[in-house]
Write a protein that binds this ligand. Structure first.
Ligand SMILES: Nc1ncnc2c1ncn2[C@@H]1O[C@H](COP(=O)(O)OP(=O)(O)OP(=O)(O)O)[C@@H](O)[C@H]1O
Ligand SMILES: [Mg+2]
Length: 330
């Protein structure tokens, strides 16, 4: 293992199935310590990318490296220090959870047997360890999957929608678990179709649509991109509108009544300096302020814009990690 190679480094990954392009040229770099969210709607190619990273399928084009090693060339050695699962973790249904872990630990070596108890404990499956996996709920199988991953003491954990299908408490526990593993030094790449999940857990995100990355950057930059507008209620909207339109630095001035949402307010976009100048100008014009509030766009809005806009058009070229500030593809 080269000490300084990124946990995940993929360039130009493509996977085609007959006429379906599941992954259309993905560049992805996950740095040590990241909790990286690979976010996209159904069919965006999330599972397919994780499969290629794990060496489960061969890319049509491009290459993937885990800590500098190629899973297709280096085989099992490339997966040293790497664990995870795609879609559902697979177990023998007629064996108990514990027995399944024992079999995996025997394959693994490296002291994995000695970690079974702790792994079961971490995912809170100790009391069900002697029940057959066939009788487990989806959430229990998911947690056993994470326990299996933990046996390997992974430096890098690849998780395919780990919280999907879990009930709210199960989701909370899974997120807490990911946060805990991250705080203990595990690098995590997880796929998700839930922006709030990625927002809560991840420091960095790629948003994917139809096999391509349409946004790549840190969460802080994405939040800044989200932008937003201001909402204004006054004692005299006609005069206020005149002042707004005359005020430098303000754009998209309109009555909310003109929009499908609530009536009775004005809205506009502008930075804080322009808004401060506006408030003075309004008062000078004899207009009283009833409300002046920033309305931030949610990241959920950004996600939908990026993944639903012009979905039928050919996707733009991917944006890569090169621009650390994060950038939207044109
Ligand atoms: N083995 C396969 N044979 C044919 N098509 C495939 C295969 N695997 C994936 N695809 C197609 O590739 C596209 C991406 O699939 P993938 O499972 O990677 O999406 P995903 O982002 O994981 O979606 P989901 O959120 O539903 O899990 C889909 O159109 C899918 O039908
Ligand atoms: Mg999937």
């Amino acid at each position: 293992m080269s000490a300084d190679a990124a946990p995940v480094h993929a360039r130009g990954l493509v996977k085609r199935y007959d006429d379906v392009t599941a992954v259309a040229g993905v560049d992805l770099t996950v740095q040590a310590g990241d909790v990286y969210g690979y976010l996209g709607p159904n069919g965006a190619g999330k599972t397919t990318v994780l499969r290629m990273l794990l060496g489960l399928i061969r890319p049509t084009a491009g290459e993937a490296r885990l800590f500098g090693r190629d899973p297709l060339v280096d085989g099992a050695r490339a997966l040293e220090g790497v664990a995870g699962f795609v879609e559902e973790p697979r177990f023998y249904p007629y064996l108990t959870g514990r027995k399944n872990l024992e079999l995996l630990a025997a394959l693994d070596g490296h002291g994995a047997q000695g970690r079974i108890g702790e792994a079961l404990d971490i995912v809170e499956m100790t009391d069900r360890q002697n029940h057959k996996v066939g009788g487990y709920s989806h959430g229990m199988r998911q947690r056993l999957g994470v326990a299996a991953a933990l046996l390997r003491k992974p430096k890098l954990l690849l998780l395919d929608e780990p919280a999907t299908g879990l009930d709210p408490a199960g989701m909370r526990d899974m997120r807490a678990l990911v946060a805990r593993l991250s705080s203990e030094g595990t690098t995590v790449l997880l796929s998700s179709h839930l922006m709030p999940e990625v927002e809560e857990l991840c420091n960095r995100v790629a948003i994917v649509r139809a096999g391509r990355i349409v946004y790549e950057g840190d969460l802080i930059s994405l939040r800044a991109r989200a932008g937003g507008h201001w909402r204004l209620r006054t004692t005299g909207d006609d005069e206020a509108l005149r002042v707004l339109r005359a005020q430098r630095g303000l754009t998209a001035v309109e009555r909310e009544a003109d929009t499908p949402s609530a009536a009775g307010a004005l809205r506009f976009e502008g930075d804080e300096a322009a808004v401060a100048a506006l408030s003075v100008a309004l008062v000078e014009s004899g207009v009283g302020l009833l409300e002046l509030t920033p309305v931030r766009a949610t990241l959920e809005d950004v996600f939908f814009t990026l993944t639903e806009d012009a979905a039928e058009e050919p996707a733009p070229p991917p944006t890569t990690a090169a621009d650390d500030a994060g950038a939207l593809a044109a």
